[in-house]
Ligand binder design. Structure first.
Ligand SMILES: *[C@@H]1O[C@H](CO)[C@@H](O)[C@H](O)[C@H]1NC(C)=O
Ligand SMILES: *[C@@H]1O[C@H](CO)[C@@H](O)[C@H](O)[C@H]1NC(C)=O
Length: 426
């Protein structure tokens, strides 16, 4: 009896703990369609989404308390939220360049290198004369995207263009745009969020072109399934979320992996197909780390395991796999990226170290080839006849050869994944 009671108590405690956890994650799950209070990029260019007293960093993952990153936002306990936020980004005004500004009721906070600047918080009317309190949204707008280096402030359906240099305020009406609850400049584009939808707008005129509003979770969050009728191809083509892995097989067909989905583009075709990873690579399920193609097989790495699929319709998973990456390739997972060019060497990127693995050797070993010091991090890589593409966040860099990747002293021109690889037109 005593044991039974003990077990009962344990179960109760577990159930309680679980329901508490479920409650917390239900409140904080950005895939539930949250309306964000404020959105900005950090000094490092990472998107920050604010909701209540929480902060989501990047395009996926859980929330943290915003006071862990910005302690002083909490000194006004009754606030518990951020009205608006933006990152000043004007190289012409070095004293403010890259400062992050947060707006709470009638106060503005300025952070630089994650420290609150002396004298802040200040009244909004003191720092941005002519701009009202209790804002809905704010976004930076540097030249030439706006005529002058400006900040655009939103309150209800009122829009204020604030000239950073002269402090002149120009009130505008953006008649075609909904009232924004947060606004965001990302990759030189301007987005107005309202509820869990967003519209892309012209910062000078407020005009919205194209099919908007769209679902924010399709483009700015990495959520697996939330709406049955969302268009996977359109979403994946234009998503700003970084790829997990990409490869091109010997026939020139390209496969790109992101979260629960993958995109496929066959050689000689402009048609992009999207499907769930689950449907074509069931054993892998989702969230692959790196993929390379070798002799009609896709080698797919997830955590410490290597999955091998024979390319076909459908792809077939080889018996005996997954096997440990360590056993098969001679180095420990996790792996960041991998590629094979036109020979029998696989190049594996772990951190910024490039390893060479002779696929014909037995057992296979990983030889350190080089440090890729041109980069801070690498998400995915692919080699085709025309060279190597290294993918970092939403961008990629094209190297004509492995030699240039290793010995190059400067990064080649940065290109956008959505446009350059998938033909997204916006
Ligand atoms: C942050 O806020 C939480 C909840 O309001 C509080 O418990 C915690 O002490 C705060 N932390 C800091 C560093 O202020
Ligand atoms: C937009 O804001 C104005 C107040 O400035 C308000 O009157 C109007 O109802 C709002 N529109 C919507 C759709 O919420």
């Amino acid at each position: 009896m005593k044991l039974l009671t003990h077990i009962l108590c344990l179960c109760l405690a577990l159930a309680l703990a679980q329901s508490e956890e479920a409650h917390a994650s239900a409140v904080l799950d950005r895939c539930q369609g949250l309306e964000m209070d404020a959105v900005t990029v950090s000094e490092e260019g990472v998107p920050y989404f604010f909701k209540g007293d929480h902060l989501f960093k990047g395009f996926h993952g859980g929330a943290e308390l915003s006071n862990e990153s910005f302690a002083e936002l909490d000194d006004h306990h009754h606030l518990g939220h951020v009205d608006a936020a933006f990152r000043m980004h004007y190289e012409d005004s070095p004293s403010d360049h890259d400062h992050m500004f947060f707006f709470l009721d009638n106060k503005v906070f300025s952070y630089y290198k994650h420290k609150l600047e002396d004298g802040y918080p200040k009244d909004i009317s003191e720092v941005f004369p002519g701009i009202p309190d209790h804002l809905d949204a704010a976004v930076e707008c540097p030249k030439p995207e706006c005529d002058e280096d400006s900040v655009i402030f939103f309150k209800g359906d009122d829009i204020y263009h604030y000239n950073v240099k002269t402090k002149a305020v120009d009130e505008k009406e953006f008649t075609t745009m909904p009232n924004c609850t947060s606004a965001f400049r990302f990759m030189e584009h301007y987005y107005c969020f309202h509820g869990h939808m967003f519209s892309k707008f012209d910062p000078k005129t407020g005009e919205v072109h194209g099919k908007y509003p769209k679902e924010a979770r399709d483009y700015f969050m990495r959520c697996s399934k939330f709406s049955e009728d969302s268009d996977h191809v359109e979403r994946e083509r234009c998503s700003r979320v970084h790829l997990d892995a990409i490869t091109s097989d010997s026939a020139g067909n390209m496969y790109a992996f992101r979260g629960h989905h993958f995109l496929q583009k066959d050689e000689g075709s402009d048609v992009l197909k999207a499907d769930t990873i689950e449907s074509a690579f069931k054993e892998l399920h989702s969230e692959v780390d790196a993929v390379f193609s070798y002799e009609d097989h896709l080698y797919m790495i997830k955590d410490d395991d290597l999955f091998v699929y024979k390319v076909g319709e459908p792809h077939t998973h080889l018996d005996g796999y997954p096997k440990p990456v360590k056993e098969e390739l001679g180095l420990e997972g996790p792996i960041d990226a991998a590629f094979v060019c036109d020979d029998h060497f696989a190049y594996i990127i772990k951190g910024l170290t490039l390893y060479e693995v002779d696929m014909k050797a037995s057992p296979r070993t990983a030889r350190i080839e080089h440090q890729l010091s041109l980069f801070k991090k690498i998400d995915a890589a692919m080699c085709r006849l025309d060279g190597i593409k290294i993918i970092v966040g939403n961008h990629f860099y094209h190297f004509m050869s492995k030699m240039l990747l290793i010995a190059g002293r400067a990064l080649p021109q940065q290109q956008r994944v959505s446009q350059g690889l998938f033909g997204c037109d916006h």
